[in-house]
Design a protein around this ligand. Structure first.
Ligand code: NAD
Length: 499
């Protein structure tokens, strides 16, 4: 193809401060895709083309999966002891630390988020790598008491080749959420980043190589969901898919896995998380945290608190302070220190969010602030608050994935819990109150995989994260994620002399 980049091409980003190799990373090398196709990667700040990356399809996925399987059998899995795997993960964490500025710049450019937020994402990735590096030689089975004549034990064995399918909102962090426990437990992995934000995974691949992981243990195939993603979920040699993305695609992943080799699936899907704010909460402090939940990453967060339930005694004051705070959020250039909010990731996403605003208006909700695109070439959207909403409105029921919150008044604790649980989703929840027993009682009653009390979302590598209901199942992070990447083998030994 004339003018086509090749895998040798390392594109220069952000005034030459960062380079990214734009090929597919398979078997320890950057290579061109079989069909030599590419896709433009665009800046959400102004729609300009940042670079092009390779587009892999089913043929490339097949090559990557087979390379991963060969590496798993010959030089990884049970062949590399846990403490060696741990050493490599510690080394990778060190390399991420050394390249933290570059990685954050790449993520800020690609996703459009403020550089300071991208730096926090990189730190979270480093912490997660170190956490699982520590686990690599500690994921033991059990010895099990049965009868005198039997010795039984379990082994926690890797699955083999696992795959991670990644969304566009936190590309590096979510890649590490999957790669770190997968590699710590001895699996080989094929990652498919989102076609919208593929760059940080490619930089990660370079660092994996530099860290000294055996070739084939870690692979990145950039490509579209309907082709490369679908090929992963169909592939008979992939033993597990860890998928993060929308509920609609998650359903498809599960269906394909069921129709092919019954590969294991974990799903981290969307959300419509409630924030419950009681009369005794400090309004100013609470608003700061609500902004940190509803508008963080321009609302493109699966765990964003988007249904804000406020008790009647502070409702009017809350709405006023919340609107003022939303209006004062500074949008702009990702690399300006004062920027608090970036654009939405793409024109498609902006149009989708604007569609929800229109639907809210048509269904009779009141816009307290925002409700439109912000000035300029980028995909900026003004933080938006709706009030006077009804439980059956689309803006109350569906995940918008933009800086949009709906505020609902409630009288009693029971009423708040019922409204909080009136959703198909169950990813996160937030409770604001100074009454500790109420906080715990309410968090126990909420049907969601996570509850933050008097806090905006703040994840830690040590604590599991995952959903209830249609927000998916299976946990990322914490000890729980080890189980998602291992299978327990039970071994029975006959101790009696009689066979
Ligand atoms: P998406 O479902 O459109 O895409 C996610 C990934 O799946 C991408 O890599 C995409 O290429 C791939 N894909 C698309 N079709 C596929 C198919 N048929 N087979 C296999 N893979 C396919 O989601 P998105 O727009 O990238 O991200 C936004 C969604 O992700 C939101 O719903 C959000 O809530 C969710 N999300 C969830 C979490 C979580 O941890 N629960 C975290 C981040 C994002």
């Amino acid at each position: 193809m004339p003018g086509m980049f090749t895998h040798e091409f390392a594109t220069e980003l952000y005034k030459g401060t960062a380079t990214v190799n734009t090929g597919l990373f398979i078997n320890g090398q950057f290579v061109d895709p079989v069909d030599r196709e590419s896709i433009d990667v665009c800046s959400p700040q102004d729609g300009s083309v940042i670079t092009k990356v390779s587009i892999g399809n089913a043929k490339d996925i097949d090559i990557a999966v087979k390379a991963a399987l060969a590496a798993f059998k010959s030089s990884w899995g049970l062949k590399t002891p846990g403490y060696e795997r741990g050493k490599l993960l510690y080394k990778l964490a060190e390399l991420l630390e050394k390249n933290a500025g570059t990685l954050a710049a790449i993520e800020a450019l690609d996703v459009g988020k403020p550089f300071v937020h991208a730096s926090q994402d990189v730190q979270e990735a480093i912490d997660t790598l170190r956490y699982y590096a520590g686990w690599a030689d500690k994921n033991h089975g059990q010895t099990i008491e049965t009868t005198e004549a039997k010795f039984a034990y379990t082994r926690h064995e890797p699955i083999g080749v696992v795959a991670g399918i990644i969304p566009w909102n936190f590309p590096l962090t979510i890649s590490i959420w999957k790669a770190a426990p997968a590699l710590a437990t001895g699996n080989a992995i094929v990652l498919k980043p989102s076609e919208v934000t593929p760059l940080s995974a490619l930089k990660l691949a370079e660092l994996v190589k530099e860290a000294g992981f055996p070739d084939g243990v870690f692979n990145v195939v950039t490509g579209y969901g309907a082709t490369a993603g679908q090929a992963i979920t169909e592939h008979p040699l992939v033993g597990k898919v860890s998928f993060t993305g929308s509920t609609i695609v998650g359903r498809k992943v599960m269906e394909t896995a069921a129709k092919t080799n019954l590969k294991r699936v974990t799903l981290e899907l969307g959300g419509k998380s409630p924030i419950l704010i009681f009369d005794d909460a400090d309004v100013e402090q609470t608003v700061k945290r609500v902004c940190g939940s509803t508008f963080y990453n321009s609302g493109q967060g699966c765990a964003a608190g988007t249904r804000i339930l406020v008790q009647e005694g502070i409702y009017d004051k809350f709405l006023q302070v919340f609107a003022d705070a939303a209006e004062s959020l500074k949008q702009g250039d990702s690399f300006k220190a004062t920027t608090q909010q970036g654009p939405l990731v793409s024109k498609t996403q902006l149009d989708r969010v604007l569609g929800y605003i229109e639907s809210g208006k048509q269904e009779g909700a009141r816009i307290v602030t925002g409700g439109s695109r912000a000035e300029g070439a980028g995909y900026f959207m003004r933080p938006t608050i709706f009030a006077d909403v009804k439980p059956d409105m689309k803006i109350v029921r569906e995940e918008i994935f933009g800086p949009v919150g709906v505020v609902i008044k409630f009288k009693t604790e029971e009423e708040a819990i019922e409204a909080a649980n009136d959703t198909d989703y169950g990813l996160s929840s937030y409770v604001f109150t100074e009454n500790l027993s109420r906080a715990i009682r309410v968090s126990n009653a909420i049907e969601a995989g996570n509850c933050f009390i008097n806090q905006a979302i703040l994840l830690c590598a040590q604590v599991p994260f995952g959903g209830y209901k249609q927000s998916g199942y299976g946990k990322e992070m914490g000890e729980y994620a080890l189980e998602a990447y291992t299978q327990a083998k039970a071994v029975h030994v006959n101790l009696s002399l009689k066979l």
